[in-house]
Design a protein around this ligand. Structure first.
Ligand code: SAH
Length: 245
């Protein structure tokens, strides 16, 4: 299985509920500087806006092609590698990587046919737990302990720069016989899994604890391929049929 498409054309930069249009423009500029052009906005507060065009400078073409989505799930739909960026550690930690390691994963994924998303949170409160939990990795940009939160467009710049460098320098690509499962396929699997766990009495929706969070983390960490996921779906179908009998 191989894909000759240029890596840059497979990368989506996703900004979730951005409040300041100037940050959207500055992010577009940061992207174009590093050869990226696919900007996705999840429910932006104020876009289109001339402040975005002003801050984009010569990257207005990136703004012209923006894709606006109502939800994060739509913005990452069809992606088989999703990186979530956050300054904050979480109670249930997600697989944590530096921007450099994240960029290496992106480059290693370049033969997979699906898109890759790098997700950025709100200026005020970043990404919610349930948003980070749709990602394979948590990317943290190392900072001074005194102030860990970068400006949104600056964070986009760091990730875009690392991906640019890794793509020029690295030869590594994962060679695999099957395409990786996409985030939509994974969401269907998680719903099917949760239903089945409930049907067999293993999962109590009234007392869920962190069961589904931990199972999401397990399966996202493995980054299953399409065939593996369809085997698991087949297994769940058989379990459900056996219960019904
Ligand atoms: N106050 C927010 C930070 C928002 S900064 C919070 O507590 O989460 C806006 C976005 O920039 C973040 O959601 C994240 O996507 C990115 N960002 C800022 N600083 C970062 C860092 N140190 N590491 C990774 N991403 C960062």
């Amino acid at each position: 299985m191989s894909n000759d498409q240029a890596l840059e054309s497979k990368i989506r930069i996703v900004l979730v509920e951005t409040s300041h249009p100037g940050n959207i423009g500055a992010a577009a500029r940061a992207m174009k500087n590093m050869g990226l052009s696919r900007l996705y906005l999840v429910a932006p507060e104020d876009f289109p806006n001339e402040k975005a065009v002003f801050r984009a400078a010569s990257a207005a073409d990136v703004l012209d092609q923006v894709v606006v989505c109502p939800t994060l799930q739509e913005a990452i739909g069809g992606c088989s590698l999703v990186l979530g960026t956050s300054a904050r550690q979480r109670k249930i930690p997600w697989p944590l990587v530096t921007p450099k390691i994240a960029a290496e994963r992106v480059v290693a994924h370049r033969l997979d046919p699906a898109d890759i998303a790098v997700v950025f949170g709100r200026e005020s409160k970043g990404l919610k737990n349930e948003e980070l939990q749709q990602c394979h990795f948590h990317v943290n940009i190392p900072t001074s302990e005194a102030y860990s939160s970068l400006n949104l467009a600056m964070a986009v710049q760091v990730l875009a720069y690392e991906i640019f460098c890794a793509n020029t320098e690295s030869e590594t690509a994962i060679v695999w016989d099957q395409p990786a499962a996409t985030s939509d396929a994974l969401e269907h699997f998680f719903a099917h899994l949760e239903d089945t766990l409930e049907s067999v009495g293993f999962h109590d929706p009234d007392n869920p604890r962190q069961l589904m969070t931990r199972l999401r983390r397990l399966f996202l960490r493995i980054n299953p391929d399409k065939m593996e996921l369809s085997i698991l779906r087949g297994f769940l179908r058989t379990v459900n049929e056996a219960i019904r009998k």
